[in-house]
Write a protein that binds this ligand. Structure first.
Ligand code: GBH
Length: 510
């Protein structure tokens, strides 16, 4: 191991990498008492039934129908995993895995076909009631995300997250969801990954609605989305918490940004502040508001570029207070790490204005990092440890729920790479817990293969493989499903565990 490290030790990054690799991967390690395990999915990625029983169009229906080959394999989520009809099988899989909870999302346009509260779609309500009740029968807790990227198209026509009225629209939708399901749902997540919603969808082209209005639209989105999140939080806090006693927070996508060398420490920190500090700082820091480095850099550039005001909208003092502290836990999606450097000749190759020009940094992943079936995802568990410790230190040790973590492969049941990924990341998470990080739950992405956004069905994240050619979208456990099941059952990480089973059983009590 150390000889390997010596060869690799050419940069600051690989130092962290080696420290982690030299860890105690051959001990059996136990998870803390009360630690919770789950898996996660999202409505558009699994439900299908895109226009059934009164559901209206959302931005992913719209994008994939208008531009069928926007996705890598010219696919869409019209049927996806057909969970709208197969939900009992989904719950059976949760039972097979012996999970404590299941994170899924609600489809806004299925519940509210007009986008607004004037008409509630009873068939949509029945679907989620059936799913929730089926889970509760077997003591599997629902963890519900209100918004996982599938905005009603009508609201997009009105500007979507760039329109400040969305604070009311989202608040109304959230209240209805709390009224309908709050008696049984105790874990609520307002938004999944604002960074991906705003940067990829508004500032770039890699998510619907692909606005590509760079350096402008992603910041409008960020502000409105944060206030809308806070609106939902306060509605729950004031109108439902005393009644139902649940918990509510936000989920952020958080990569680890490692300086390429010691000279790049500031560049890496600035990148972190842009990439997820943008959403974490207003909610979890003591002062609230966008990170100072963002405010300064964007204001200065905006002036120089001839704008009359900063392209980064300001929060009013009331809004800062409203958003600050508006999350009971830090919902954390984490997959990978990047190296960062700053070099004017390279970053000025970006469009001006643009998000990466504002950030003044370059991020990349070296080729020797272990890859997955997704170009952006390399196995770097040392970054997970560093990230958890940074969140602990920067935001006064919040409760953390890992709401997504996982690895993609191509199809096939033998997924040793995924097993290794999960083991290394859980090991790193246990290191962070020993280091004092307040992690209380872990969620594997994903329960099963599903519609992977612009990658379509080419990248598979499932513990269960899905046969997209079969009418009932047959689900079959991969090797990793048996290993995850054993981790959950034994509440421990044992590197020697191997399973030769091919069929799942349901253990007593599930
Ligand atoms: C999650 O996003 C999603 O919540 C989930 O729906 C999805 O299926 C799952 O991960 C697997 O992808 O922005 O151009 O730099 C993961 C978020 C996606 C963030 C890729 C970083 C890198 C491309 N990540 N992204 S870019």
């Amino acid at each position: 191991m150390w000889a390997f490290c010596f060869i690799l030790l050419t940069s600051y990054a690989t130092l962290s990498e080696c420290k982690a690799a030299a860890g105690k991967r051959h001990d059996v390690r136990h998870f803390p008492d009360g630690f919770l395990f789950g898996t996660s999915t999202a409505a558009y990625q699994i439900e299908g039934a895109w226009d059934e029983d009164g559901k209206s169009e959302n931005i992913w229906d719209h994008l994939t129908h208008e531009d069928p080959c926007a996705t890598k394999d010219c696919s869409n989520g019209d049927i996806a995993d057909d969970s709208y009809h197969q939900y009992k099988r989904d719950v059976e899989m949760l039972r097979e895995l012996g999970l404590d909870f299941y994170r899924f999302s609600l489809s806004w346009s299925r519940l509210l076909p007009t986008s607004f509260p004037d008409k509630i779609n009873e068939a949509g309500v029945a679907y989620y009631n059936n799913l929730i009740n089926e889970m509760l029968k077997y003591n599997i807790e629902p963890m519900v995300t209100l918004y996982h990227w599938d905005l009603p198209q009508k609201l997009q026509d009105l500007g979507g997250w760039a329109n400040p009225n969305i604070v009311d629209w989202f608040g109304d939708y959230a209240r209805i969801a709390f009224e309908l399901f709050g008696d049984r749902v105790k874990y609520w997540i307002t938004m999944n990954e604002p960074r991906e919603v705003c940067y990829q969808g508004y500032g770039f082209v890699s998510m619907a609605p692909r606005l590509n209005i760079q350096g402008v639209a992603e910041y409008m989105c960020a502000k409105n989305l944060l206030v809308a999140h806070a609106r939902a939080y306060h509605i729950y806090d004031e109108e439902f918490r005393a009644l139902y006693g649940g918990t509510i927070g936000i989920t952020l996508s958080t990569s680890w940004y490692e300086p390429e060398s010691e000279r790049e420490v500031e560049a890496a920190e600035d990148t972190t502040q842009f990439e997820w500090g943008q959403y974490a700082h207003p909610i979890f820091s003591e002062s609230g508001d966008f990170p100072p480095v963002m405010k300064e850099k964007i204001a200065a550039k905006s002036t120089a570029q001839g704008f009359y005001r900063s392209r980064l909208p300001e929060f009013t003092p009331e809004e800062i207070e409203y958003v600050r502290g508006s999350s009971d836990f830090f919902g954390l999606n984490h997959y990978t790490s990047y190296l960062v450097y700053r070099n004017e000749s390279v970053y000025t190759a970006n469009e001006i204005p643009s998000y990466y020009d504002d950030m003044e940094s370059m991020v990349y992943q070296p080729n020797h990092w272990d890859g997955s079936a997704s170009e952006w995802l390399k196995k770097t568990s040392w970054g997970f440890y560093n990230l958890l410790m940074k969140i602990k230190n920067d935001y006064n040790n919040p409760i953390i729920y890992i709401t997504e973590n996982g690895f993609s492969t191509t199809s096939g049941l033998d997924d040793d790479d995924r097993i290794l990924y999960y083991r290394e990341y859980l090991d790193a998470m246990l290191d962070a817990i020993e280091g004092g990080a307040h992690v209380e739950a872990y969620t594997a992405w994903s329960l099963m293969d599903n519609f992977e956004w612009l990658a379509g069905y080419t990248a598979r994240f499932g513990l269960y493989e899905v046969d997209f050619g079969s009418p009932e979208r047959t689900r079959t456990p991969r090797k990793s499903a048996f290993v995850y099941k054993e981790i959950v059952r034994s509440r421990s990480l044992d590197w020697h565990y191997e399973s030769d089973s091919t069929s799942m059983t349901i253990d007593e009590g599930h």
